[in-house]
Write a protein that binds this ligand. Structure first.
Ligand SMILES: [Zn+2]
Length: 77
């Protein structure tokens, strides 16, 4: 999909620094329709967070978890 690269950069950024509410909403809206980026976000989250708590993530709770991730400031190291 066109623009995916941009979204993925935004997703990357959202994990290492604060993004604006508008940008967050953009990602949120986009991944609702884009499986590729949703997958990318999940993989990124898993990589950064380091696994297990995502093992039992259900389809429905993904967005909630993601919101929580984004509201937490990740250490950049
Ligand atoms: Zn996409």
């Amino acid at each position: 999909m066109e623009g995916d690269k941009r979204f993925r950069e935004l997703i990357d950024r959202s994990f290492v620094e604060e993004v604006s509410e508008g940008e967050r909403q953009l990602i949120h809206d986009h991944i609702r329709d884009c499986d590729g980026c949703k997958r990318y976000l999940e993989l990124t989250a898993r990589t950064i967070r380091g696994l297990r708590e995502f093992t039992f993530t259900s389809e429905r709770s993904r967005c909630q978890l993601w919101d929580r991730h984004l509201s937490t400031r990740w250490p950049s190291s």
